[in-house]
Write a protein that binds this ligand. Structure first.
Ligand code: ADP
Ligand code: ADP
Ligand code: ZN
Ligand code: ZN
Length: 832
């Protein structure tokens, strides 16, 4: 394959792709304008990502890697070489995909956006210092640096402390009766008691009757007097020298020094963990906390919402320009102006409810991506292609406009913005559309249209056309189903939900709507499963809190405890299944075949082949998770993790099995001409045909197709699946079971990643669940789903503290007519 003519030297302003055959692409040839906003559309699995990410981005990345030092290149050799004949006019590319922050990460909104650097600089240069205090450098304002961390808790903010209550649980006892429970027992304890008597303390009165000073000394002193003790209990024993240990000193010493795990655990029981008193749980060193900006110390600044910070910074800017010019003030003014402009972008993207100290693992993938997009605006890069994956995911239609403005700003800075998108409002506002299809998998993979948006109307084959230009489903009025019973919750508190009452109709489909940060996920994905699951104990089949729990995953506990004062109507539910967007597994060892259980049936079929029987291979031989059949070099992962400072978490192909995960002997066994690795490479669509003879597998595969996942490959590692795909796999797993009824299904934005045509399919599946006497509650922004719901609960009015209330409830018609609901105009437009 040729690289000439050289990238970005093509004069015509187009990226020209020829002979693209990545995945399902059929010899695609397409010309796409640079310096434009380009939308890639098509049903799920049609090949949009294969073109935008798998071909264009991958080729740009490959060329970049070729330009770096051979040493570094060898390390990142997994950069994939796309199957394409020729691309010209290709500038460097940056991909911003939908990813959740890794659970272990210590990063925050502030560190991810690099706003924290500016905030530290602001406090260092422009903070108000106490009289006579020296100026601190900006590192002193980070709990993650040696100079900045609180000396007592090392920046963690948590302290383990002892109190009189924790050391003396029963103050009515005397010391002889064991009042100081934290002291050791047996001989050592008696020893300490003897020393105490020797020191002149009364060990026979109730502890609480000892004077305060004596109690404090016995419990907390650092002093360790050594006294000659005559043992009380045994007159023939010789006097000896004994050292005193206060209860605190003994506990701390044991926790820090004891070699015995049991001793340490016992001592820990007398401590309690709480916010570190030195830094009030913030992790900052006290000298840093003494510095303020607009009356806020840095910890308070970081925990303030971005919306409120913008107000504070505007005041600071106004006050600064009024003050007499002093040394450093100009610097301060420019830091403030810079912070303000960046925070305003985030607020514009509907993220004003976040604070800088919010940990990234608690953010949704959509929130993460929008933070990254905003951060890119500052990077000063120009002449690059940004390839984005559904930037509208998680956005209320009311917030779509600011997103479009940010994309336009990236373009105006001299970049190309390529978005794989399903939201027709975003698509309609693009400069150019590349429609891929017409169907998924082998039925797609062609570019049906590449041109200005309006021209798509002429393309009869296009599925997208109907949704972009016509009024599908508009004006069609269904009669909403009516609830038999209601589930009523009173006094709900979590995050921004404060003493909220909410009622949900049972046996129908409800949509929970509202702008980003209004509290939808807190209510549906956290409060409902965590507050209701305990009430279901003893119900048939154990009523687990989440479908995931039944699949061997723990439902993630909310960071804060959800509280609900009262619940009524729980009798109407036997079981709760929360189908969230969390990964179906955290390691490349799980995939949809293992999760749905269909892989068991496949392995059994392999074990029954003649060659397997002859060699004595059981089903276990065909697992890549246990020794026997798997490649021992990568332990069946197919990839090896590479440690790279600048690209954490990179994986390289295993050089022994070349990614197949199995050893050569195992791969010699074939079922209808394919070995086990080749079967894992099949898409669900292809496998449904290939495995039609294995009923257990075929059943799973068909339900996967019904939720629009026919394009996924069986072996695609769980961490590579999008949140929306993970959720639909959970839905399919649930649908393949016998219908039970009386189950409460909770879904968070199930339409993420779905083309409007696939949304119709999904609605059909949700309807099946409801028709089987179940209840479905979905968090949704997609007006097709809201319009199809029987009941709508609209939260708001805005995000964060300005949200968390129920603005309106009713049928879609009623919500559409509600004067205060931000959802109303969009729903009204959809209902027509
Ligand atoms: P879209 O972005 O339109 O949803 P994709 O480009 O992801 O579609 O997928 C197009 C087709 O290519 C699908 O049939 C899918 O199964 C297949 N495909 C995607 N990724 C891979 C892969 N890594 N290996 C094999 N096939 C893939
Ligand atoms: P929505 O689903 O409507 O976007 P969320 O329920 O995610 O809203 O958020 C509601 C509010 O609760 C927001 O102010 C958000 O910042 C806050 N919040 C959500 N999750 C957490 C969390 N894990 N820790 C702290 N605050 C959170
Ligand atoms: Zn501390
Ligand atoms: Zn291997």
């Amino acid at each position: 394959h040729t690289d000439a003519p050289l990238a970005s030297q093509a004069p015509d302003g187009f990226v020209h792709v020829r002979g693209a055959n990545e995945n399902n692409l059929h010899n695609v040839e397409v010309r796409i304008p640079r310096d434009s906003i380009v939308a890639f559309t098509g049903v799920s699995g049609s090949g949009k990502s294969s073109l935008a990410f798998g071909t264009i981005f991958a080729e740009a990345q490959r060329r970049f890697l070729e330009s770096v030092a051979p040493y570094a290149r060898r390390l990142i050799a997994q950069g994939h070489t796309p199957n394409v004949e020729y691309i010209s006019g290709l500038p460097p590319a940056v991909a911003l995909q939908q990813r959740r922050g890794t659970a272990s990460s210590r990063s925050t909104v502030g560190t991810l956006t690099t706003l924290s650097n500016s905030v530290r600089m602001l406090y260092s240069r422009a903070g108000t210092y106490p009289e006579g205090a020296p100026r601190l450098d900006s590192d002193s304002f980070s709990p993650n640096t040696a100079v900045g961390a609180c000396p007592d808790c090392h920046g963690l903010g948590v302290a383990h402390t002892v109190t009189e209550e924790s050391l003396v649980p029963n103050p009515g006892l005397s010391i002889r009766e064991g009042a100081i429970a934290a002291w050791p027992g047996a001989w050592q304890g008696k020893n300490l008691r003897d020393i105490t008597t020797h020191l002149g303390y009364d060990v026979d009165v109730p502890f609480e009757q000892l004077p305060r000073a004596e109690r404090d000394w016995l419990l907390f002193t650092e002093e360790q007097p050594v006294v000659a003790v005559t043992p009380e209990r045994d007159r023939i024993e010789k006097p000896y020298k004994g050292r005193f240990w206060s209860a605190k000193r003994y506990v701390l010493h044991t926790v820090a020094e004891s070699k015995s795990e049991t001793m340490r655990a016992k001592a820990m029981a007398f401590m309690h963990s709480g916010p570190c008193p030195t830094c009030r749980g913030t992790g900052f060193r006290p000298a840093a906390l003494a510095v303020s900006v607009a009356g806020l110390d840095i910890a308070a600044f970081n925990s303030t919402t971005l919306a409120a910070l913008a107000l504070v910074l505007r005041q600071v800017a106004a006050a600064g320009s009024a003050a007499a010019p002093e040394q450093g003030l100009e610097v301060a003014a420019s830091i403030v102006a810079d912070l303000l402009s960046r925070i305003e972008v985030l607020i514009g993207l509907g993220l004003g409810y976040l604070s800088l100290d919010r940990a990234t693992p608690t953010l949704s993938p959509g929130e993460m991506q929008r933070l990254r997009i905003a951060t890119q605006l500052r990077s000063g890069l120009f002449g690059v292609i940004y390839v984005l994956d559904e930037p509208s995911a998680g956005l209320h239609p009311a917030d779509a406009q600011p997103l479009l403005e940010v994309l336009a700003a990236l373009k105006d800075a001299g970049n190309s913005v390529f978005v794989v998108e399903h939201n027709m409002d975003v698509v309609a506002s693009a400069d150019w559309i590349v429609d891929v299809g017409p169907k998924a998998g082998a039925g797609g993979g062609r570019v049906l249209y590449s041109g200005p948006v309006a021209g798509l109307e002429q393309v009869e084959e296009s599925v997208t056309r109907r949704f972009l230009t016509s009024q599908i489903g508009r004006g069609e009025h269904r009669v909403p189903r009516r609830a038999g019973q209601w589930l009523e919750l009173e006094g709900i508190s979590l995050h921004n939900l404060v003493d909220l009452d909410a009622s949900f109709p049972l046996g129908v489909l409800s949509a929970v709507t509202g702008v980003s940060g209004s509290g939808k996920s807190s209510l549906v994905s956290q409060v409902l499963p965590h507050a209701l699951a305990p009430l279901l104990r003893g119900a048939p089949r154990g009523a687990a809190a989440a479908g995931a729990a039944e699949n061997g995953q723990e439902p993630a506990a909310p960071t804060e405890q959800a509280r609900v004062a009262q619940v009524r109507g729980i009798e109407g539910i036997d079981r709760i299944v929360a189908m969230d967007q969390k990964p179906i597994g955290r390691t490349p060892r799980s995939n949809l075949a293992t999760y749905t259980g269909l892989f068991d049936a496949v392995r059994k079929a392999f074990a029954e082949t003649e060659l397997a029987k002859k060699r004595g291979y059981g089903a276990g031989r065909f697992s890549f998770n246990v020794a026997g059949g798997r490649c021992e070099n990568c332990l069946g992962e197919g990839h090896l993790e590479i440690e790279l400072l600048f690209l954490p978490g990179s994986y390289g192909l295993c050089p022994v099995c070349h990614g197949s995960r199995y050893n050569p002997e195992t791969l010699e066994v074939t079922y209808q001409g394919k070995n086990i690795a080749e079967v894992l490479d099949l898409s669900v669509d292809a496998a449904a045909e290939f495995l039609a003879g294995i009923p257990a597998a075929a059943r799973s595969l068909n339900t996967l197709r019904e939720v629009g996942l026919g394009y996924l490959s069986l072996g695609q590692p769980a961490p590579e699946l999008s949140g929306g795909e993970a959720q639909r796999i959970k839905l399919a797993t649930e649908l393949q079971r016998a219908r039970r009824g009386h189950t409460l299904y909770l879904l968070d934005e199930p339409t993420t990643g779905l083309h409007p045509a696939d949304v119709q399919l999904l609605l059909g599946q949700l309807g099946r669940l409801v028709d089987a006497a179940n209840t479905v509650i979905v968090v949704e922004h997609h007006m097709d789903v809201v319009a199809a719901a029987d009941w709508v609960i609209d939260l708001g009015p805005s995000g964060g503290d300005a949200g968390g209330r129920i603005v309106a409830t009713g049928t879609p018609q009623e919500i559409a007519a509600h004067p205060e609901s931000k959802t109303a105009p969009f729903l009204a437009a959809r209902l027509g």
